[in-house]
Design a protein around this ligand. Sequence first.
Ligand SMILES: Nc1ncnc2c1ncn2[C@@H]1O[C@H](COP(=O)(O)OP(=O)(O)OP(=O)(O)O)[C@@H](O)[C@H]1O
Length: 228
Amino acid sequence: MIIMKNVYKKYPNGVVAVNGIDVTISQGEFVYVVGASGAGKSTFIKLMYREEKPTKGTIIVNGLDITKMRSSKIPLLRRNIGVVFQDFKLLPKLTVYENIAFALEVIEESPRVIRKKVLEVLDLVNLKHKARMFPTELSGGEQQRVSIARSIVNSPSVVIADEPTGNLDPETSWGIMQIFEEINTRGTTVIMATHNKEIVNTIKHRVIEIDGGMIVRDEQRGGYNNEN
Ligand SMILES: Nc1ncnc2c1ncn2[C@@H]1O[C@H](COP(=O)(O)OP(=O)(O)OP(=O)(O)O)[C@@H](O)[C@H]1O
């Protein structure tokens, strides 16, 4: 569960990107974060994994007040929150397998456990056959699937995705959405910032709309819209 209470974020340049947000996201929810460019979506979600610290307010993630968390404890928080970016952020010198295994090596899992978990998530994103390739040898959609596999290999309770389909063509984007749906069906909370109206209107989930750093709409919806 993620709880934000009276949260503000003012950047050092004076921009108030988040301007008094109160919100609760329960375990297992799928939430779209929408709004115009510059509305504050990225800042809102960066606050959830302590990429940014609020100027004011409280943020509780799975019972822990992350605003008070020492920097040394942040890696522990990140183990429980997977993050997916628009530009994938894969390590170019590592293979697909190594990119995913890396997240487990840093927490000193045994080689046997690493192999099992990496192959499991590669299977989920349908990329077992490309395990030995390098990111540059993959299409954009394949790279995003690797980055999703990396985000879930530690079995986090939450996956946060910032514009995950922003660099992908429509057909590839639907494939990526299927994977997020599958991850959510397994009980993982998914929080996704997106500009893709077609996706938001077709695969219906809760929508939080941000404008001027405030929540201006919070609409609970569920399931596929088969009329589209
Ligand atoms: N590191 C930063 N330092 C200063 N200002 C920032 C920083 N990051 C974002 N901002 C400003 O905060 C506001 C909100 O930005 P944010 O990236 O959260 O919006 P967004 O809704 O995610 O936009 P987009 O859809 O274009 O990604 C903008 O005015 C932006 O210029």
